[in-house]
Write a protein that binds this ligand. Structure first.
Ligand SMILES: [Ca+2]
Ligand SMILES: [Ca+2]
Ligand SMILES: [Ca+2]
Length: 116
């Protein structure tokens, strides 16, 4: 659960505009939004594009790191500490990318490099 925290967060972030929808519908819509070539799969490239978008959206003061305040609406303190690997109370871009990479690998259960 903790491992996929950021991915889940990112999905929530993307979905927040359509809160009224059911969870199942949201999932479908999010996937469609991220799946830019509409082949029904989420490639690593598509995932990276989305991951970049999510980081920019969370980084309100655009200083390239996520502080506790910026991450708070999306991550609880345990999840935050888990991603903040050097414990400096900021999620740097490389810590974020590392976590997103792990999330992608964890979600890609058959290891074909795509989420389907
Ligand atoms: Ca695709
Ligand atoms: Ca920031
Ligand atoms: Ca850090």
């Amino acid at each position: 659960m903790v491992k996929t925290a950021i991915l889940t967060t990112a999905f929530i972030l993307l979905a927040s505009a359509t809160l009224a929808e059911t969870v199942a519908e949201l999932h479908e819509k999010e996937l469609n939004a991220i799946d830019s070539n509409n082949d029904g799969f989420l490639s690593k490239d598509e995932f990276n594009t989305f991951s970049d978008y999510a980081f920019q959206a969370m980084d309100e003061d655009k200083n390239g790191t996520l502080g506790l305040e910026e991450a708070k609406p999306f991550l609880d303190i345990k999840q935050f500490q888990n991603v903040d690997r050097n414990n400096d109370r900021f999620i740097s871009r490389s810590e974020y990318d590392q976590q997103m990479g792990d999330d992608f690998l964890a979600a890609d259960q058959d290891g074909n490099g795509q989420l389907d």
